[in-house]
Design a binder for this molecule. Structure first.
Ligand SMILES: Cc1cc2nc3c(=O)[nH]c(=O)nc-3n(C[C@H](O)[C@H](O)[C@H](O)COP(=O)(O)OP(=O)(O)OC[C@H]3O[C@@H](n4cnc5c(N)ncnc54)[C@H](O)[C@@H]3O)c2cc1C
Length: 377
């Protein structure tokens, strides 16, 4: 009796989405090759940093919020495989300052999805969130779950897991062209081909496909790692991550966890940019991010910047996740600045799309369009 041939998949891009897709396909018996243009892991991938937020606050998209329990369960399975739990479940909060603001809408999405959350009244802020400047805050919207996925450790763990299972991982092999119909790619070291191709090349997608050139753009985002001053340091003990501090400036970040300093994000400071030439963070980036936090956290005017990082993500229309089938290829960008948290689930989604109906999977990955500007996190 002859054994049926294993189906083969070639994955372009070793960020969280390419690696999680590789893992899922290995678990389903596929023969997998991953080709990455840089080193493995690649510090220039959108997925590379100490941590990424996972949170179920989703103001304009109850559809995505509703997927969070599934996303968390997918991470749990992945962590069991890795035999490690690179995740700090510190919880997440956002602040409301005006009726109808982002946090008010996130609260409505919680009500719609029935996901666990609680509301902290303004008079309780100083005990529950002692690092917050309470002036002008109506209430805080908190979840006990969510927090910081330790992304660099997850990426490294996945690379080792895949290596140990015989997956071919080709580093420093940039794909130059893609033939979607035949699932074949060209690289400077020759062509590669498989039964199916998944292109998860992040900000490299526009160079490979006209649709991504027309419809998406790379966004530059700078985050500042900083230390709070000594007199407010204790206020940060056990603090949750945040996804919005009220107002229109889209402030998000992660408290000091896993030996890393505070991480400060500032959505309004993101802009379209060139990933090839604008990777160096500038003093202006640091100053702009720190200035945005004045009067938001206690002692913010005395935060000491430790390191500023500039990176890029791929922004799609309506900040949605994109899965497009063409010939024997799936084009994948589950990003728009908020895709890491879904990574383990995206791997399952893509494998389902390969084995079933890509249109139906693409629809469930989109959730409902986000109604408000939300740059990252
Ligand atoms: C600063 C910042 C903060 C963020 N914060 C959060 C957050 O808190 N929570 C959250 O959920 N999400 C967050 N995101 C978004 C999240 O990081 C991304 O959605 C996710 O990492 C995208 O993963 P990816 O695998 O699609 O892309 P990437 O991680 O960019 O991986 C793509 C890979 O493809 C490779 N590649 C590109 N072109 C080619 C080519 N031609 N040939 C071969 N390989 C190629 C690249 O080198 C790269 O390694 C943030 C993003 C940034 C930049």
């Amino acid at each position: 009796m002859t054994m049926p041939e294993r189906r083969s998949a070639l994955i372009v891009g070793a960020g969280i989405n390419g690696l999680c897709t590789a893992r899922e396909l290995v678990l389903r018996g596929w023969q997998v090759t991953v080709v990455e243009r840089g080193p493995l892991p690649n510090p220039e991938a959108a997925s590379w940093d100490h941590h990424r937020l996972i949170r179920s606050h989703y103001a304009g998209s109850p559809g995505l919020a509703a997927r969070m329990p599934e996303a968390s369960a997918a991470w749990d399975r992945l962590f069991t495989d890795l035999d490690a739990r690179p995740y700090v479940p510190c919880g997440v909060f956002s602040l409301s300052r005006e009726p109808g603001d982002w946090t008010d809408r996130a609260r409505a999405a919680f009500a719609e999805t029935g996901l666990p959350h609680r509301v902290v009244a303004s008079e309780d802020l100083s005990t529950e969130l002692p690092m917050v400047e309470p002036a002008g805050v109506r209430y805080a919207l908190m979840t006990e779950d969510g927090g910081a996925l330790l992304s660099d450790r997850i990426i490294e763990g996945l690379v080792h897991w895949l290596e140990a299972r015989g997956v071919t991982l080709l580093a420093n092999r940039p794909v130059t062209t893609v033939d979607a119909e035949t699932a074949r790619v060209e690289t400077p070291d020759g062509p590669l081909q498989a039964d199916h191709l998944i292109v998860a090349a992040g900000v490299g997608l526009p160079a490979l496909a006209p649709w991504f050139r027309r419809e998406t753009h790379a966004r530059r985002v700078a985050v500042v790692y900083a230390d709070p001053p000594e007199d407010v340091r204790a206020a940060w003990d056990g603090a949750p991550a945040w996804v919005d501090l009220g107002g229109e400036d889209d402030l998000w970040g992660i408290p000091p966890v896993a030996g890393h300093p505070l991480k400060l994000g500032y959505g309004l400071h993101t802009r379209p940019g060139d990933p090839e030439s604008e990777r160096t963070a500038t003093p202006d980036d640091t100053a702009a991010v720190l200035a945005a936090y004045q009067e938001r956290f206690r002692g913010a005017e005395r935060f000491t910047p430790v390191r500023t990082v500039a990176n890029f993500y791929l922004m799609a229309p309506h900040e949605e996740f994109v899965l497009r089938a063409e010939g024997r290829t799936l084009w994948l960008s589950a990003d728009s600045g908020h895709g890491f948290k879904f990574g383990a689930l995206t791997g399952q989604d893509v494998a389902d799309a390969l084995e079933g109906d890509p249109e139906a999977v693409a629809a469930r990955m989109r959730g409902a369009p986000l109604s408000t500007a939300r740059a990252s996190g």
